[in-house]
Design a binder for this molecule. Structure first.
Ligand SMILES: [Zn+2]
Length: 975
């Protein structure tokens, strides 16, 4: 103490004397899915949470509550809440006692979600809250996602949040942080945006988001006076199971002592004198009168004796807690852009299995997201071009909203993760598929309609059986040349564009069916443009009919002979060599630098343990391999479809036993033959087929190479940024703890070469041996853990899955220019739509839409008609409840590159929005907004927020990794 100045000593002593200030935050964690469907949850407890909390808060002014998952709140608001309850809610919000936290439809998963969808689900909730209550959430409460991504804090900062909260991080790391009082820090999630989008982050302590339930003076749980929710129906008499001992004269002291001890234990882990004490857990507060009527007297008792206890308690919202921390004015440590993935709860509990659980759901969720993106961009274009066109705007918005809702919902941390019960997985799928059909109806209407405004078609009557018209739409704001695959039932065909010119095409028998054929068409499309194509089926067609060459089945035992008879497949970018003695890939040479990399690909299986008595098990969440992977096949067959026209296809079939009739796994590789065309030759498309798997099997595609990566790999956080994943040795469970999520991209590299995979859905990835990159594609499990059986969460997934990866190989600098755009292009492949009645609607001339093209490093992240009815100006918007605004277009642009990643593409880009969007219409005004659109960027002052000068004209500069959001107003173009 000798060196402390007097003032410092004084404040230190005051600090010692001041009671610990405790913020009791009442909350209910309400999973949008997981074990029970949304409907079941609404019925059993969720509706009662909002009804009873509204009533109880209105009775006593000290009481508080935070509302998190908007989907449940909105369902309650729209279908349950009475007029009186709605008025009460408005009042409680005004008084700051009912507070919306996060404000998204769900608490989204952080490991396997894509940023498009994270933004969407947040915007969906934020739009509703702003429109209905004029409020904008400013704090997060990510208490349950399984690990924390570094993209989330960036997105929350961009949305205008002042603080972020996480909980589930690696158990030993949390332990260390807790001991060293480092659970709170300022997170700079993006290495390019740095402090510009930093955010204060609170990590929950070891008790996480549930109130400690152990009561030393009773054999019942504590602080859960309303017991546990009852399914399927709430009890008629209001008596729930496991209701805690009431707070009475006799019990109050024992309760107070228990609570105070817990508060003091936690206070020691934090730097300020404030303790966040979450009061609640999963499915709580459905009978909140019992909750509050017990907590009220308990808190009163503690406060009356606060000197003796050294603790004061108060009901609080999350913003009240963070305000207190902010006002403490301390200097915080900065955390860089590293994430908290993967997540382990115990030595043998690595939560790395869910990266690959329920491949089908993960795939459909991403397809739905792309369909939504295509429908949004096309509808926005339509609104600008044909504001009085015949597609009914409210009908269109209904279709879009249904799909926005379905895609938002599945981002839940027990949704797209694949960790839900089978009936809940079916619920998500049903919602997604139904809404996708609606979006297809909308797309069909939009594609056909502009033509009705033109002169009638001149096409002669034709026999429809002999021809098929398709519309192909490029939803990206880049010009593209690509191969589109159309499944047809005829063995020969010719393709013509809308000018009647023949289009390069190739037709061949399909890899997975004897009844269909793959017709590959080379399409060239401008940004946000579509064209019509005519497919003519006839004997003397012009499309190249590719022929298959089959190679004899080879036993895996013959590996020793490898390397003697190599079969080359040449493209403009690569020479691939296939080994005729193994039927496996042997090597790929990238021709630009004439560098050969040895590459073999095959399937391996981890044998999962399902018996809890025999050691750690694998389940929906957890990957716990029972030893190393074993080769998943005994023999391989190969079929090569050589064309020399558009694409060479190599099909490899992997047989479990040498004499098996049916293959267990397959790889279909497509090598574009693009000599002299604009087709990108660096993209090798692979589609795999797996399943049904045998029980307790986890299958990986293993790509073994001569790349000296030292077991380091890179994988992305939510498609936004790449994370370096260094191989780490642990005392236990090293294999599973070196698994990482891959949402869009993973790569391995050495000084010379980089092998990149981009994906159409999330997977788990790992590099277990030098030069290897393995992708877990599918899992089928069963175990006898009572808890898993009770909730039907063992993951007995017998589906057949067909994921796609694009593979690229090249120098580090060459691939640095490519992979970001490739990942976006895989996500947003052209939309192919057959048209049934060509006579009515096909005009002779090209697409009426002019192209819209952004620079190569800028991606059109969103272009939509949100349809909110609020005014952009916060101070007046609540007085204006009118019809949805169909003329306000939301535009979001993202810079795809990190600072320093590429000498050219990493530069900030200045564009004039009026010029960039002129293909769409004439821009008359642009307002920059926060990420979810609810803040005018000029009025948004985040805590520690640096102000930025506003661009008054239409010129904006977008720096590396920036995402900038605008409302764009076009000059109305009525016909
Ligand atoms: Zn949860």
């Amino acid at each position: 103490f000798g060196r402390l100045c007097t003032a410092g000593l004084l404040s230190f002593l005051l600090f010692l004397n001041a009671p610990i200030q405790t913020f009791v935050i009442p909350h209910s964690h309400m999973d949008v899915g997981w074990v029970y469907t949304i409907q079941e949850s609404m019925h059993a407890y969720a509706a009662n949470v909002y009804s009873s909390v509204t009533e109880e808060l209105s009775k006593v002014k000290e009481r508080r509550f935070i509302a998190v998952e908007q989907e449940f709140f909105r369902l309650w608001w729209d279908t349950v809440a009475s007029v009186t309850q709605k008025k009460q809610v408005q009042q409680l919000i005004k008084e700051g006692r009912l507070e919306f936290i996060i404000g998204g439809q769900v608490m989204h998963d952080e490991a396997v979600t894509d940023l498009d969808d994270d933004i969407l689900q947040m915007m969906e909730g934020h739009g509703f809250l702003y429109e209905t209550f004029g409020v904008r959430p400013q704090f997060s409460w990510h208490v349950d996602p399984f690990g924390a991504s570094a993209t989330t804090p960036v997105l929350f900062a961009l949305a205008g949040f002042n603080a972020h909260l996480i909980s589930r991080i690696d158990y030993d790391l949390k332990d260390t942080m807790q001991k060293n009082k480092k659970l709170q820090f300022v997170w700079r999630g993006s290495p390019s945006l740095k402090s510009q989008q930093e955010i204060f982050t609170h990590t929950m302590d070891q008790f996480s988001y549930c109130t400690p339930s152990y009561l030393p003076f009773s054999n019942r749980s504590g602080f859960y006076w309303n017991g546990v929710a009852l399914f399927p129906d709430p009890p008629k008499d209001g008596i729930y199971p496991n209701m805690s001992l009431p707070v009475t004269k006799e019990t109050v002291h024992a309760y107070a002592k228990t609570m105070v001890e817990n508060i003091k234990q936690r206070a020691a882990w934090f730097r300020t004198n404030h303790v966040l004490w979450p009061w609640g857990c999963d499915k709580q507060f459905y009978n909140s009168s019992v909750q509050f009527n017990n907590m009220d007297p308990l808190m009163k008792y503690i406060n009356q004796n606060s000197k003796e206890f050294g603790v004061s308690v108060q009901y609080a919202t999350l913003s009240e807690y963070f305000q207190a921390i902010y006002q403490s004015n301390l200097t915080w440590e900065v955390r860089g852009s590293e994430d908290f993935l993967p997540y382990s709860t115990e030595p043998y509990q690595a939560w790395t299995g869910f990266y690959a659980s329920r491949n089908v759901l993960k795939g459909v969720a991403r397809q739905a997201s792309s369909k939504l993106y295509a429908a949004e961009t096309l509808f926005a274009r339509y609104r600008i071009s044909f504001p009085d066109g015949p597609v009914a705007k409210d009908w269109a918005l209904d279709k879009l909203r249904a799909l926005r809702w379905a895609v938002s919902e599945v981002q839940h941390h027990d949704g797209i993760t694949g960790t839900e019960s089978p009936k809940v997985a079916d619920m998500y799928l049903q919602h997604l598929l139904q809404a996708m059909m609606g979006a297809e109806e909308l797309l069909a209407a939009l594609f056909l309609l502009p033509h009705n405004l033109e002169s009638p078609s001149t096409l002669a009557d034709v026999d429809q059986a002999l021809e098929q018209h398709v519309i192909i739409y490029n939803p990206l704001a880049w010009n593209i040349t690509t191969i589109v695959n159309v499944t047809v039932t005829q063995p020969s065909a010719a393709v013509f564009d809308d000018d009647g010119q023949p289009v390069p095409a190739q037709i061949q028998g399909s890899a997975h069916s004897n009844a269909t054929y793959d017709l590959f068409i080379v399409v060239e499309l401008g940004g946000l443009q579509y064209r019509k194509y005519l497919i003519k089926f006839s004997e003397n067609s012009k499309a190249y009919e590719a022929k298959a060459v089959s190679f004899e089945r080879r036993s895996a035992k013959d590996r020793a002979k490898a390397g003697r008879r190599l079969l080359p497949v040449l493209s403009e970018c690569y020479e691939l060599l296939f080994d005729q003695d193994t039927n496996l890939l042997h090597s790929i040479t990238y021709l630009e630098e004439k560098r050969r990399v040895m590459i073999t690909q095959d399937f391996w299986e981890y044998d999962a343990n399902g018996d809890v008595k025999a050691g750690p098990i694998s389940d929906n969440y957890i990957f716990s391999a029972n030893g190393s992977a074993v080769r998943a096949y005994k023999a391989v067959e190969m079929e090569m479809i050589i064309s020399g026209k558009i694409v060479t296809e190599i099909r490899q079939y992997f047989y479990r036993e040498e004499s098996d009739k049916d293959y267990a796994y397959s790889i279909t590789t497509r090598v574009p033959e693009c000599f002299g065309t604009k087709l990108p030759c660096h993209r090798l498309e692979q589609t795999y087929s797996l399943g049904p798997l045998s029980l307790n099997t986890e299958v990986v595609l293993r790509t073994s190479t001569s790349v000296k990566n030292n077991r380091t790999l890179y994988s992305d956080d939510n498609g936004y940024q790449m994370m370096k994943r260094t191989y780490r040795k642990f005392t236990n469970n090293t294999l599973a703890r070196n698994y990482f999520p891959m949402v869009r991209t993973a790569y391995i590299e050495d000084d010379l070469s980089r092998l990149v995979l981009v994906s159409d859905r999330a997977h788990g990835v790992s590099s277990q041996t030098d030069g290897q990159l393995e992708v877990m594609l599918h899992r089928r499990l069963w175990n006898n853990l009572q808890w898993n059986l009770g909730y039907n969460l063992t993951l007995n997934d017998s589906s057949v899955v067909r994921p796609t990866l694009w593979l690229m190989l090249g120098s580090v600098s060459a691939t640095s220019k490519l992979y970001q755009r490739e990942a976006v292009q895989l996500q947003h492949r052209p939309v192919v739509m057959p048209i049934d009645q060509p006579r009515k609607c096909l005009p002779h001339r090209g697409s009426p839409l002019r192209s819209v093209v952004l620079p190569p490093n800028l991606h059109l992240l969103s272009l939509s008609v949100p349809g909110w009815n609020y005014c952009s100006n916060h101070s007046v918007h609540l007085n204006l409840h009118s019809q949805p605004d169909y003329d306000r277009i939301l535009l979001r642009i993202m810079h795809l590159f990190e600072e320093g990643e590429d000498p050219e593409l990493s530069k900030p880009v200045t564009i004039n929005l009026k010029e960039a969007l002129q293909g769409m219409g004439e821009v008359k005004g642009v307002e920059e907004r926060s990420l979810t659109g609810t803040w005018d960027i000029a009025s948004l002052q985040r805590w520690k927020w640096k102000t930025r000068t506003r661009d008054d004209n239409f010129t904006v500069t977008i720096s590396p990794k920036e995402i900038r959001t605008f409302f764009v107003h076009f000059v109305s173009r009525n016909f």
